[in-house]
Design a protein around this ligand. Structure first.
Ligand code: F6R
Length: 607
């Protein structure tokens, strides 16, 4: 989705802005642009509805043409993912005021933009685009007319706005750079390389080690020192946070794409997380550190893959500790009723998903507590929840969630076990056996990767021309069927449905004809055999993911050692691996961009 970068550096801003925008490409975008201060006190801007490469060529040409002076080290940049207004150069950011003095980039939605635009047009402001964001530049222009500085103008302008914003404004006259944030993420940072702002730490991680996450209502002047204010009054700046993004994280390290790399990172990621959490599970300390009240039931909340991870965690609470549990699609959260003493677990790898943030705003929590399970401990979700658990997946660049799913499940199940042990729903010895099972997950994932890499590529030619795909499971396998269908849809752009296998005969069986690919997650329920027979009898192409002898023998059952704690009650987690690999291989065979599927974004900041 939309991304922001800004800098004030001793050298030229253009190469930094281009590099930083490239690092935001993974979030998904359909236009990009920059505005750079010149040494003669103007700004030049360049925008495109093509890729950042085009922007780079445009900037080179501008630089060589000499513009109105040399391009300086101060500038702002943006990648736009269209919501309001078509994908056109005029709608791309940065937006300017009437005079060209003010340039702004904006993420979020100005809910009263129509009203503000009408007021501004009545005052003879002339708009150049259809987008809500442009009101911000004209509001600032209006305030500057009174002779105040940029920071005061931004404060007054944002005071008239409703909705959400991360804004960086550049004043050509004074060279000032001011950031403002409200319900949309924006980070600021300073290092010997310069002063930076970004909506996503990935964009600036190469230039800074520490950053500060702006809070709702903050306005910061990005000068020699950062001046933090809220509603015009100085406030204590938020703490410095270190970045999880190391320089090496950005590379493909020999992989063809980030999705492939991130799938293969899963065993190592799982091992690191389990090593870190294991000593605090059976003794209940992981749970007590969260300082949450006692609970009688659990509700998980999220979207897409995070919701699927939540469902696995809910299953774990139910199957291991008999805790009543439910799951809630965040975008439908407004009608949800949370019963008293519910532990609400909101999952979001980005921690910025608008549907999740809206749902937690809408829920009447009463005596219930909210814990965030996210991959970003400075995210909005983490800040708004009563407590936060970081799933520590590390950076995930591919738009399709892979290793964050595995990390969320392991972290969430660890929390479940710890909570069940702390509240004496399970005894500590039983919890310890479960931890032993958790410790086997990295090997199970590695086995699943090896088995899938061998079994899946030869299948692809046979199924690549199918018009639709079915994914079936039973019991704990159903949620994996859901995740498999989701991955296949988003990567291959083909129709895919998932069903509890027993439901097949109640309707979806009509879809099955000769050659229809039907992927079955065989997690051990013997009744699945008759569902497989129903498909085979109609000529469907059954792809069984299970133990030895399956089409894809990726599940731990094939390793032959019984699980001491019966982990597969809420698993098998490794069944997600063949589903990820199947979706990726099919998408590659169809010529899709697996890291940046069309129309999708890594951080979905609109409802
Ligand atoms: C699927 C996928 C999406 C996200 C969903 C929620 O591969 O990536 O379905 O899972 O948009 O995103 P987060 O986890 O950031 O809330």
């Amino acid at each position: 989705m939309c991304g922001i970068v800004a800098c004030r550096m001793p050298g030229a801003a253009a190469p930094f802005l281009v590099d930083a925008l490239r690092l935001l490409e993974y979030r998904g975008y359909d236009s990009a642009g920059v505005a750079i201060l010149t040494t003669t006190g103007t700004t030049v801007s360049s925008r495109t509805t093509h890729r950042v490469d085009t922007l780079e060529r445009q900037l080179d040409a501008l630089d060589q043409s000499g513009v109105d002076g040399a391009l300086s080290g101060t500038g702002i940049g943006h990648t736009r993912w269209a919501t309001h207004g078509a994908v056109t150069e005029a709608n791309a950011h940065p937006h300017r005021d009437c005079t060209g003095r003010v340039s702004i980039v904006h993420n979020g939605i100005i809910e009263n933009a129509v009203e503000l635009r009408a007021q501004l047009e009545a005052e003879r402001h002339v708009f150049a685009s259809d987008v809500d964001s442009e009101v911000v530049s004209h509001l600032i222009e209006h305030e500057l007319r009174s002779g105040c500085g940029l920071r005061d103008a931004v404060t007054a302008a944002t005071g008239r706005m409703r909705g959400s914003w991360a804004v960086v404004a550049l004043d050509a006259q004074s060279g000032a750079l001011v950031a403002a944030a409200h319900r949309s993420p924006l980070l600021v940072a300073r290092s010997e390389k310069g002063v930076f702002a970004a909506s996503d730490i990935n964009a600036i991680a190469q230039w800074v080690d520490l950053f500060q996450a702006m809070r709702d209502g903050d306005v910061v002047e990005l000068g020699e020192q950062f001046a933090w204010t809220r509603a015009g009054t100085g406030v204590t700046p938020p703490p410095f946070v270190s970045s999880i993004w190391s320089g090496t994280s950005h590379g493909l390290a020999g992989h063809a794409d980030f999705m492939g790399k991130e799938i293969e990172e899963q065993p190592e990621t799982a091992a690191r997380i389990i090593d870190e959490l294991a000593p605090r599970i059976a003794n209940g300390s992981l749970w007590s550190e969260l300082q949450l009240p006692p609970f009688e039931r659990v509700a998980v909340l999220g979207c897409g893959t995070s919701l699927n991870a939540g469902r696995v965690i809910a299953n774990a609470f139910g199957s291991l500790g008999d805790v009543p549990n439910s799951s809630l699609i965040a975008s439908e959260g407004q009608s949800a009723i949370v019963e008293p003493r519910t532990l609400v677990i909101a999952l979001s790898q980005s921690g910025e998903t608008a549907d999740v943030l809206r749902a937690i705003d809408d829920l009447d929590l009463g005596t219930s507590a909210l814990v965030a399970l996210t991959n970003s401990d400075h995210s909005t979700l983490a800040r708004r929840a009563d407590s936060m658990l970081n799933c520590n997946a590390g950076p995930e660049i591919g738009v399709a969630a892979t290793k964050t799913f595995v990390a969320q499940v392991i972290t969430g199940v660890a929390m479940a076990l710890s909570a069940l042990a702390a509240t004496r729903r399970i005894d500590r010895e039983y919890a310890r056996r479960q931890v032993d099972d958790l410790r086997r997950i990295p090997d199970l994932l590695a086995h699943a990767i090896a088995a899938s890499q061998k079994a899946i590529p030869p299948l692809i030619d046979e199924i690549r021309d199918a018009q639709g795909y079915l994914f079936l499971g039973r019991g704990s396998g159903v949620v994996y069927a859901a995740e498999g269908a989701l991955k296949l849809k988003e990567l291959s752009y083909r129709w895919a449905e998932h069903y509890p296998a027993g439901e097949l005969k109640h309707g979806p069986l009509a879809l099955v004809e000769a050659g229809t690919p039907v992927v079955v997650i065989d997690s051990g329920d013997r009744r699945i055999e008759s569902n497989i027979a129903e498909v085979s009898a109609r000529g469907g192409r059954v792809i069984r993911i299970g133990g030895a002898g399956s089409t894809i023998p990726a599940l731990g059952l094939s390793l032959g050692t019984p699980m001491p704690g019966g982990i597969d009650r809420w698993g098998p987690l490794e069944s997600v691996v063949p589903l990820q690999i199947l979706a990726r291989e099919l998408a590659l065979a169809l010529g899709r961009d697996v890291d940046k599927p069309r129309n999708l974004a890594k951080s979905v900041t609109v409802e």
